[in-house]
Design a protein around this ligand. Structure first.
Ligand code: F6P
Length: 360
């Protein structure tokens, strides 16, 4: 294998705290091995034109470890491989242009930091001869093959803090507070933040709920003297026999947007519990802000490992956390799948043992 001299870095999909920590780790590790880095702007779009990229040296990434967002920008659209786009060389197929420019820019490999969508596109480019290594990112923690993605811990910490704050106002007003959290079709954020925040009901997509069972649990609390309750609902949670609540259906460029289950549960729960009920949507606040120390460490380890895999020529792989080690997985074994909360999850069982209802 020819020595690696120059690698491109891109961030794709929804942002997650820790993206900048990965970029910094890649740039510094590569630099110390004599490898140059090129930052590609807005995911694979950074490979469409020369002016959508810039050289990244250690001085360009100093101070970004603690910053949320991504200094490279990101986009969250569907697989654009076959779409025809206008380029400075005339109309081209998106995918062909990306591969062509990868070579014209003198890149030897890519580090692709993203969720399932970005990694799946990367897997396709890899099959077409673009050597690359993936880094799993998502606050949803739903990527197969890694115990944690960076960003998840920060989202859970934020949601837990929000639940703590809602506890005091719920108690003061003897109300039911419903907290809607993100997570798409996986209940990881709801489960972890729900347990960490002491929720009384946790509704996750993996367990379709019965609202009467949820209400019964809240009424029982009233009987023994707790005049308030906290319900954490994952945005992807849905009632038995019902459907996920959507803000917008999928279209040509964007996957479906989930959201609204919290507001939808307000009135029925108020009626069934005879208590004032309010809902709060945490939304994109869960994706913003500084990464936790856990996510900074994980992101840093992921970035350094990605450079190591590239140097070893282990392309078509993704770095992953298999505690206590950072390992590699084949992209073909992880893309196109979703890691949901298993029914034998220890945390799920623990929550049940404490009396938390999942509405089933
Ligand atoms: O995948 C991360 C995530 O934040 C999901 O939890 C959420 O459903 C989605 O992205 C929101 O996407 P957008 O930023 O495009 O609205």
């Amino acid at each position: 294998m020819a020595p690696i001299k120059r690698i491109g870095i891109l961030t794709g999909g929804g942002d997650a705290p820790g993206l900048n920590a990965v970029i910094r780790a890649v740039v510094k590790t590569a630099w110390n091995s004599g490898i140059g880095c090129v930052g590609l702007e807005d995911s694979y779009d950074g490979l469409l034109e020369f002016d959508r990229s810039r050289i990244l040296a250690p001085r360009d990434v100093t101070g970004i470890l603690r910053l949320g967002g991504t200094i490279l920008g990101t986009i969250n659209t569907g697989n654009p491989y076959d779409s025809i786009i206008q380029t400075s060389d005339g109309p081209r197929k998106y995918g062909e242009r990306v591969i062509d420019m990868f070579h014209k820019m003198g890149l030897d490999a890519l580090v692709v930091i993203g969720g399932d969508g970005t990694l799946a596109i990367g897997h396709e480019f890899c099959k077409l001869g673009v050597p690359l290594v993936g880094v799993p990112k998502t606050i949803d923690n739903d990527i197969v093959g890694t115990t944690n993605c960076f960003g998840f811990d920060t989202a859970v910490a934020f949601a837990t803090d929000a639940i703590d704050r809602l506890h005091t106002t719920a108690e003061a007003h003897h109300r039911v507070m419903i907290v809607e959290v993100m997570g798409r079709n996986a209940g990881w954020i709801a489960l972890y933040a729900g347990v960490a925040g002491g929720a009384d009901a946790i509704l996750i997509p993996e367990i379709p709920f019965d609202i009467e069972i949820v209400a019964e649990r809240l009424r029982a609390r009233d009987k023994w003297g707790a005049k308030f309750s906290i319900v954490v609902a994952a945005e992807g949670a849905f009632p038995k026999g019902g459907k996920v609540t959507l803000q917008a259906a999928a279209n040509d460029t964007h996957v479906e947007r989930l959201g609204g289950i919290g507001a939808q549960l307000c009135e029925p729960l108020a009626v069934l519990t005879n208590k004032e009920t309010r809902s709060v949507v945490l939304g994109h606040l869960q994706r913003g802000g500084a990464p936790t120390s856990f996510d900074r460490v994980l992101a840093t380890r992921f970035g350094a490992k990605a450079v190591e895999l590239i140097q070893q020529g282990q392309f078509g792989t993704m770095v992953a956390w298999d505690p206590p080690d950072i390992i590699s997985r084949r992209l073909e074994d992880v893309v196109g799948k979703t890691k949901t909360v298993p029914m034998d999850s220890d945390l799920l069982q623990t929550a049940r043992a404490l009396g938390v209802t999942f509405g089933d």
